[in-house]
Design a binder for this molecule. Structure first.
Ligand code: SAM
Ligand code: SF4
Length: 498
């Protein structure tokens, strides 16, 4: 048990996030020192103060074991810079830095992403540039303010080098991207918490597709009224390849009635699970101008696939990959998860070597995230071991990708991610997925149809107004009019003045 005592601030969320970098399991509570003096009854206490002195802020954190002071760290506002001037953010950053640093000494861990706990790390570089910071200032922000390691700073710059072609304020405001969610899967994988319904009969899927088609038509019409141009389409899930050919054709017919599919720059279809892929479905996707598909191994180790409930083996992956190649797909993505239970560094290396041998254009390397609703229970806290293992695995994978001509082109992080690690998308030259970069960096409007997606409408001042669809099949089907009304209102109010 750990108790925070706060004085001069109330940044509980930031303190909790700093703690989670080091320990996912420890219980904590917070007391305000204006109301009560520390009694140091807990095993550990952190006294965190924020003061203003001569126009500068100073934050100090002191770590106690019972009454014994074991560590103290202080940071001053004039010692650091942020991506842009922001008083409140400065205060939060100082408080986080001081708490983070006393914990860092205590746990003897140097986290790769320093004090950062957010999802979108490259956005820091993008926002800093937009504010006019020079590249050397940005590196200083990452290194000195946020304490990111040199290796990760290099990764972030590599990614920005690819993403920067897609960052253009005028173009980004004119575009929109369509997400279509298919929330069905053949079995539930033990690590996964995405909305997905298992073993639904054809009737239920047919009913869903009918309503979805209605939503696609209405959404495209709304976008056209606002003069938005369709940049990319992403059909994800769940597992869209559980749909049969008639259902797939119905979805594309809806898009085709508004656009020439040939004119859409990127159309991704997640055919994730090899056990759902057939020659006829692949042919149907090709006929509908799909430009990019996913065939996801997650791991190339039989034992892991079995224990995760994937219902397919490595041979299925190889065969379905070859089938897709033979039909002519020239942009295939393969998802991998590092850190699945029972896997070590050799397993990760075995997986990545088998995958690069196939030469898919994209490889998306996830780190296992402990999801609240996933069957896979959290392993007991082995944080230091997790850090080292995940670092080794990512290093191996990165080196193998680099040697084989892949470059990192987007990355994001998640809550409760093993080893406080990251997810990285790699691609062969000029094969980056537009949709993935756009959604992660929040560059353009996303209009989502169906269950599992969330629309994000880019407003004039570059904010994003989110809108989530219902998660229950019954509610989605019965309340579609309500969904469409909300979407229309949000689109109209967000784009007012653009
Ligand atoms: C929305 S899922 C759909 C993928 C597809 N249905 C499949 O199973 O291949 C997209 C990806 O998220 C990743 N993923 C899902 N749950 C995860 C978890 N708990 N930790 C890390 N990655 C996860 C997997 O790599 C998965 O392929
Ligand atoms: S990983 Fe894919 S197939 Fe497995 S449950 Fe999640 S969405 Fe479904």
């Amino acid at each position: 048990m750990l108790r925070f005592y706060f004085s001069g601030h109330n940044f509980e969320y930031e303190a909790r996030n700093a703690l989670r970098v080091f320990d996912l399991n420890i219980e904590y509570d917070v007391k305000n020192m204006d109301a009560e003096e520390p009694d140091f009854q807990c095993e550990y206490s952190i006294v965190s103060t924020l003061e203003e002195q001569e126009g500068a802020y100073i934050s100090t954190a002191v770590l106690y074991r019972k009454k014994e002071k074991i560590n103290e760290k202080s940071f001053k506002s004039h010692e650091i810079i942020l991506e842009k001037e922001n008083d409140r953010k400065m205060k939060k950053t100082l408080v986080t830095k001081s708490i983070h640093n006393v914990l860092k000494s205590h746990y003897s861990i140097v986290p790769d992403y320093g004090i950062l706990t957010g999802v979108r790390v490259v956005k820091i570089l993008i926002a800093s540039r937009q504010y006019g910071r020079s590249d050397s200032e940005i590196t200083r922000i990452l290194k000195n303010t946020y304490e990111v390691t040199d290796e990760k700073i290099e990764l972030l710059w590599d990614i920005l080098n690819i993403e920067e072609k897609y960052i253009n304020e005028k173009m980004n405001k004119e575009n929109y991207n369509l997400y279509i969610g298919i929330p069905f899967c053949p079995t539930k994988c033990s690590y996964c918490s995405f909305t997905s319904f298992i073993n639904c009969g054809q009737k239920k899927i047919d009913d869903y597709v009918d309503v979805l088609v209605q939503e696609i038509h209405a959404t495209i019409k709304m976008a056209k009224v606002r003069n938005l141009k369709l940049h990319s389409v992403y059909i994800g899930g769940g597992t869209p390849s559980v749909l049969n050919i008639e259902q797939i054709d119905k979805l594309f017919a809806a898009i085709k009635s508004h656009y020439d599919l040939n004119s859409i720059r990127e159309i991704t279809f997640e055919a994730g699970r090899p056990d759902t892929i057939t020659l006829e479905k692949l042919q149907c996707l090709k006929n509908n101008n799909v430009t990019r598909i996913s065939i996801n191994p997650q791991s190339m180790n039989e034992k892991t696939l079995l224990s995760m409930g994937r219902n397919h083996n490595t041979q299925d992956i190889l065969e379905k990959f070859q089938l897709a190649r033979n039909i002519g797909f020239d942009c295939i993505n393969m998802d991998v998860i590092l850190g699945l239970p029972g896997e070590n560094e050799e397993d990760a290396l075995n997986t990545i070597e088998k995958i690069v041998n196939l030469k898919p254009e994209n490889i998306t390397v996830h780190s296992l995230a402990y999801k609240k609703n996933a069957e896979l229970t959290r392993e007991s806290s082995q944080l230091l071991k997790d850090y080292n293992l995940m670092r080794l695995m990512h290093d191996e994978v990165r080196e193998s990708c680099r040697k084989n001509g892949y470059k990192p082109y987007y990355m994001y992080r998640q809550k409760n991610i093993k080893g406080n690690s990251e997810n990285v998308g790699y691609c062969l030259p000029a094969k980056e997925s537009i949709y993935n970069m756009i959604i992660i960096e929040e560059l353009e409007t996303i209009l989502a149809c169906g269950i599992g997606g969330s629309s994000k409408i880019m407003t004039e001042n570059n904010h994003h107004e989110p809108l989530r669809n219902f998660k229950s099949l019954e509610e989605y089907i019965s309340r579609i009019d309500e969904i469409l009304e909300k979407k229309k209102n949000l689109l109209n109010s967000s784009l007012e003045g653009i």
